[in-house]
Design a binder for this molecule. Structure first.
Ligand SMILES: [Zn+2]
Length: 292
């Protein structure tokens, strides 16, 4: 990617120097131990991530704690990977600012937390094993950069643009929060009568985040010419590699579409492309389409 002229974001919080302690941090007391245990149990049986469940639980129980108690650290200047992430984040800020202005909305940039192993979030303990994620309660994207190694080695999806796509997807979830979409979906999931229904909603949410990542690609490239020839394929490759069908095939040797929470590889690629080709968030209405 061409990011030399790109500024760095002020919204990076580097927690990699902190010890994660391994266990749950309940000091903040925002959620009782009961809620966390329940989320873990439900998560075990349903496959929904505990953080998603805690999101649902705490969403109605207590006001969000936007600020964290610890002071935010900036990453060291000579940290190439952190600089890369920071520049990509800055570009999402500039790009979504413009798009939101067009929609007569104000864009509030998310924070991006770099962590190692595990870290405390307003949605419960974030673990590197779940991959990068977004917590709508504190409006932060969380990423353990070793995921990029995994993307290369385990998912065979190397390349800077694949790495940028991962961030753009999580920022897509932040856009959904700002537009009030995630809230509606979570409410609908609570009303869902069975797990397959709730999963289907999750798939729509995820595919929309992919589409929003595509919108960012379209706009950022038009504004800054950051994408180099052939790089789009890296993102498509990453989207293919982390589709639910591919992951399930690898993990269990079978594919069960009703348990999908992110969509198939083909769907993820198609919605990303749709955002990328149109550059219009309105084209990303995965909730109002029969064929996903
Ligand atoms: Zn996602």
């Amino acid at each position: 990617m061409r990011l030399d002229n790109e500024r760095e974001s002020n919204n990076i919080e580097d927690r990699r120097g902190e010890s994660s302690g391994g266990g749950f941090h309940l000091g903040a007391g925002r959620l009782g131990i009961g809620a966390i245990v329940l989320a873990l149990v439900v998560s075990y049986f349903t496959g929904i991530s505990p953080s998603t469940l805690l999101n649902l639980v705490s969403g109605s129980a207590s006001p969000p704690a936007i600020s964290s108690s610890a002071p935010a650290h900036k990453p060291p200047a000579n940290d190439e990977m952190a600089t890369f992430v920071s520049k990509v984040l800055a570009d999402t800020e500039d790009t979504w600012q413009v798009i939101f202005r067009e929609m007569n909305h104000a864009y509030r940039a998310p924070k991006l937390v770099l962590f190692r192993g595990a870290t405390q979030t307003a949605c419960g303990t974030g673990k590197a094993a779940t991959g990068p994620f977004y917590c709508s309660l504190d409006e932060k994207v969380y990423i353990d950069l070793t995921f990029y190694q995994e993307l290369k080695d385990r998912f065979h999806a190397p390349g800077e643009f694949a790495e940028a796509y991962v961030i753009a997807h999580e920022v897509g979830h932040h856009v959904q929060k700002l537009l009030g979409i995630s809230e509606k979906v979570h409410a609908a999931q609570e009303r869902a009568t069975n797990q397959a229904q709730a999963n289907a909603l999750s798939v729509r949410l995820e595919l929309q985040a992919d589409c929003f990542a595509g919108v960012w690609t379209h706009r950022a490239d038009r504004m800054q010419h950051i994408v180099e020839p052939g790089e789009i394929d890296q993102a498509l490759n990453a989207a293919t590699a982390i589709g639910d069908d591919r992951l399930q095939q690898e993990a269990r040797g079978t594919v069960r579409p009703e348990t999908f929470t992110h969509g198939s590889s083909e769907q993820r690629v198609r919605w990303f492309k749709r955002g990328m080709e149109t550059g219009q968030p309105a084209q990303c209405n995965t909730f109002d389409t029969k064929k996903l």
